[in-house]
Design a protein around this ligand. Sequence first.
Ligand SMILES: [Zn+2]
Length: 413
Amino acid sequence: MRNIQVNGDRLWQSLMEMAKIGATAKGGVCRLALTDLDKEGRELFIAWCKDAGCSIRVDAMGNIFARRPGRNPDAAPVMTGSHLDTQPTGGKFDGVYGVLAGLEVVRTLNDLGYETEAPVEVVVWTNEEGSRFSPAMIGSGVYAGVFSLAQGLGTRDNVTGVTMGAELERIGFAGAEKCGGRKVAAYFEAHIEQGPILEAAEKPIGIVQGAQGQRWYEITVTGQEAHAGPTPMKRRKDALVGAARMIDAVNRIGHAHPPYACATVGFIQSSPNSRNTIPGRVFFTVDFRHPEDATLTEMDRELREACRDAARSAQVEVEVKEFWYFPPTPFDKDCVDAVKRAAAAQNYRAMDIISGAGHDAVYMARVAPTAMIFVPCADGISHNEIEDAKPEDLAMGCTVLINAMLERANAAQ
Ligand SMILES: [Zn+2]
């Protein structure tokens, strides 16, 4: 059986029901990881899954796995899901859509009495947002072996210092299951795009090819403090002038590698930051992103060259330190093609797209064949209470999800 369609109304009803837990006055949701509200959201999800006949397992990081059995109990599951936690001023769809789209897949299979060869699992990953506990994507990160279990459980609340382990115990989600180490046949994640590209192109389906790589830098420019009055222009070693030329270069490097390159200076400190002293030292950060490693390397070369040139012209010293490197993550070709075929079979307008943000799927791609499906969100706005998406787009994304999953769940393993 192909070209199955999900029940878009039921999916929408579930999204609106879940959005009541932590609802904010401005129409958004605040459901921070491992709070009482997160517990409530998790319990609602589990109740729905049990109603749909799923068995539930919770692992040591509090990741929840709802399983619909297949014909072959020994086959590795085809998995889908995302996260239920939100930003403090979050919306109704980020993460939640991927979880409830997975639930809708199970419900639709039940409606049809459809038996898959491999089991189907819907997963809720713990603390994707990284807002209360940093960094982000800890639940899937431990599952994929990026962090150790001890690191995950020891991660502290940014304000109170309480650990994730203690909060998991408190809300009753410190599960017995080992986190990770289990074979997953394929992982699919549906998510709102959180950017403006699909909406602008009037394409309801984004076939996500992979996630961008990132290079983060810390740059220190050193000149010499001097009096703003008596020091002639020619004799100055103005660190802020040097930094300004470098910051402009960062922006130019971003523009020089369209359409995917992103280049941002988001943090700057000038010292002594006094209006009548020539700045002697400036510290700033650079965030470069691109889906191809070769381009990131070229951007790195251009940055270092631009900083050298700017330092020479401003008569200052510069130190460029790479702070963090996250390699580009291309998704699995067969899984990406399964998404493409599923969209084509429905005649949905679709386009290839790159994920600009981090997702649980980026870590899952390290341990399982992985792909993502994006749907548009209004004005590309996310991590905001006004985050919005159209019911018909969400339904289309879910229909693509179920057909891509079925292709994998019925394939020989
Ligand atoms: Zn998300």
